[in-house]
Design a protein around this ligand. Sequence first.
Ligand SMILES: NC(=O)c1ccc[n+]([C@@H]2O[C@H](COP(=O)([O-])OP(=O)(O)OC[C@H]3O[C@@H](n4cnc5c(N)ncnc54)[C@H](OP(=O)(O)O)[C@@H]3O)[C@@H](O)[C@H]2O)c1
Length: 298
Amino acid sequence: MMKTVNLSEGLSISAVVQGFWRLGDWKWTTEELVRFMNLCIERGVTSFDTAEIYSGTLCEKQMGEAFAADKTIRGKIQLISKTGIFQEQIGGKTFGYYNTTYNRVVQSCKESLQRLHTDHLDLYLIHREDPCFDPWETAGALKDLKKEGLVKEVGVSNFDPFKFDALNKAMGGELVTNQIEWNPVCFEHFNSGMMDYLTVNRIHPMIWSPLAGGRLFRSEDELCESAMAKIREIAERHGEAPETIIYAWLMYHPVGAVPLSGSNKPERLDLAVRALDVKLEHYEWYEIYTASGQQILR
Ligand SMILES: NC(=O)c1ccc[n+]([C@@H]2O[C@H](COP(=O)([O-])OP(=O)(O)OC[C@H]3O[C@@H](n4cnc5c(N)ncnc54)[C@H](OP(=O)(O)O)[C@@H]3O)[C@@H](O)[C@H]2O)c1
């Protein structure tokens, strides 16, 4: 039985989430996508992550086509999407910017629901920090979406502690997650204090690019090489794959992190699920923390 993590009283997600950001690269037919989604569900990985901006809305569209083709899927999963990043044709050029205004957030959500062939999202996130952001206005939109039943819960992604606090204050404390990047070569949220903020407030982060988007395995930079040398050593100690050790490391932390696997291969998803049964030694957590040389213990 897959472990689940309660983000709120009303929403539990699987302890490993499947991400669909790279779906556009997979060049799959709807049948292939349906098959993959069902393989995830069979493994207990029932939470699926997407976003409006992925492949310029095509990711949501393709996922929606899969939900329409196999109507049993939607009822078995928790569906997560995001808004806030926009690309528009302005003066003949593509311009990327952020928009977390009331009207944009509400309209984006409705458009996502249409593309995804569903009447609600289980979790809706503000995708990135918006430097021109009115937390009270954005919170107004998120609250109205919740009130209308179009989204069950709301959260953010890539927020620092100040922006998280600002929106959470305006939301009356209702944000249920911050989806952030963390892996053996990325420590932004340790250095910003976000990890401590989430831990003390008992808010579970979702972790994107847990394997650094595959960069760890391509040995193209020194940070990755150093990190992987130590991770391979620990993997041998445990008789597990390095991937499993990385996932176990992320889930060992008291914050209760929920990693998002981005692979399109069920056998690689299995390596993440296996990590739920791997117990690292306390010292091993620090071995990986310091392995790339970016973090030091003082
Ligand atoms: N909130 C945000 O701003 C944000 C940003 C980025 C991503 N995300 C979410 O997080 C999810 C996961 O991110 P991610 O895709 O970067 O995660 P990831 O799991 O770190 O990276 C997946 C990539 O690594 C490759 N890979 C995995 N194991 C490998 C191995 N042993 N050797 C070589 N390559 C390997 C995969 O290739 P194969 O497919 O061939 O296995 C895939 O291309 C996304 O799908 C998305 O939902 C959110």
